[in-house]
Design a protein around this ligand. Structure first.
Ligand code: NAP
Ligand code: GLV
Length: 312
């Protein structure tokens, strides 16, 4: 069996070693811009180019494409150039717990006022601040998939009131569930800490615009760990400066790396991280991909196949 490995950053050596260990007898191959692609049965990719996908679309023996991450927007954006083979994304593989760590940290930093205590300490100030009421700190998680559900579970363990929003209706113990565009405003109205764990699709692009962000209650806090294009960045800034939104922790941006002159860098109420909230854990990812290739070979059902119509 021949498996193509490709990453936009060229770092495939460790993936090739891992796959060889997980699938004895597998032949891995690489590809560089301008090369003719060799025959392959599976492709394992991250940030592919248009040129590679055009060649894969002609690869007669290609059975499936695996992504080295969770977000299918990274490949679906190529639209008509995509091969017809199924696209399979990573399902958790160690990312859910990282998301839970990140969101818990950002929420607790704001709720327990650690951000303000950091400032006070810098000025040598010993001054306990009033405590926020937990019952008023509803955490609202947009996206109740592999990652969102783990965040919901974690925030419930800290005894925050938790609500969730998804495309299809859900019933989750101890969580107020909302679904669809018709329930989005109700969801936002009662959310004090907003977390996005939605995939980037035509429906979620620019979803968090000025009107929707204004629907959040006064003093709300925004955590975006999904994709930058879901958030209207100038609108968030305006609402933070007007005092309606208290602040934000952002891991993802419309343009990455976040450009040097971007006004977010100068806004002290915005905490910025460089798209690290949940990194691919290569060993777990390789194991899952090897298991899924085995399932394809045995004509067994495979999880996490991307629905191209839904965009995730
Ligand atoms: P997932 O399992 O596919 O879950 C997606 C969730 O979003 C589902 O609950 C889905 O609803 C909901 N959803 C999709 N479209 C919606 C819409 N139009 N309205 C309301 N809800 C909608 O995805 P995941 O594995 O949890 O990953 C989520 C995203 O996290 C990825 O797509 C990626 O962009 C991002 N991510 C970021 C990082 C990082 O480091 N920053 C790392 C990994 C992933 P249903 O349940 O009804 O289908
Ligand atoms: C990272 O952003 C991913 O989608 O896995």
């Amino acid at each position: 069996m021949r498996v193509l490995l490709y990453r936009g950053d060229g770092q495939i050596a460790a993936w090739a070693e891992g796959l060889a260990r997980a699938m004895p007898g597998v032949q891995t191959l690489g590809w560089q811009e301008g090369e003719q692609l060799g025959a392959c049965n599976y492709a394992v990719l991250w940030n592919p180019s248009h040129g590679l996908l055009a060649q894969l679309a002609q690869a007669a023996q290609l059975k499936a494409i695996f992504l080295m991450g969770a977000g299918a927007d990274t490949i679906l954006k190529f639209g008509d150039a995509l091969p017809s083979a199924p696209i399979v994304r990573l399902g958790d593989t160690g990312m859910a717990v990282q998301m839970a760590e990140y969101v818990a940290h950002a929420t607790l930093r704001y709720f327990r006022r650690f951000d303000e205590y950091e400032q006070q300490a810098r000025h040598g100030l010993w001054s306990p601040l009033p405590v926020y009421a937990k019952e008023e700190f509803t955490v609202g998680v947009m996206g109740l998939g592999k990652l969102g559900l783990r965040v919901v579970e974690t925030m419930r363990a800290f005894e925050f009131p938790v609500r969730g929003w998804s495309r299809t209706p859900k019933e989750l113990h101890g969580v107020d569930c909302f679904a669809g565009m018709e329930q989005l405003d109700d969801f936002l109205r009662g959310t004090r800490v907003l977390v996005s764990l939605l995939p980037l699709t035509s429906e979620t692009n620019n979803l968090l615009d000025r009107r929707r962000l204004s629907t959040l209650p006064q003093g709300a806090y925004v955590i975006n760990v999904a994709r930058g294009a879901q958030l209207a960045e100038p609108d968030l800034l305006t609402l933070i400066r007007s005092g309606h939104i208290a602040g934000a922790t952002l891991d993802v941006f419309r343009n990455e790396p976040l450009p040097a002159p971007h006004p977010f860098w100068d806004e002290p109420r915005i905490t910025i991280t460089p798209h690290i909230s949940a990194l691919t854990v290569r060993s777990e990812a390789v194991r899952q991909i090897a298991d899924k290739i085995a399932a394809f070979e045995a004509d067994q059902p495979v999880d996490d196949i991307v629905d191209r119509n839904l965009g995730y």
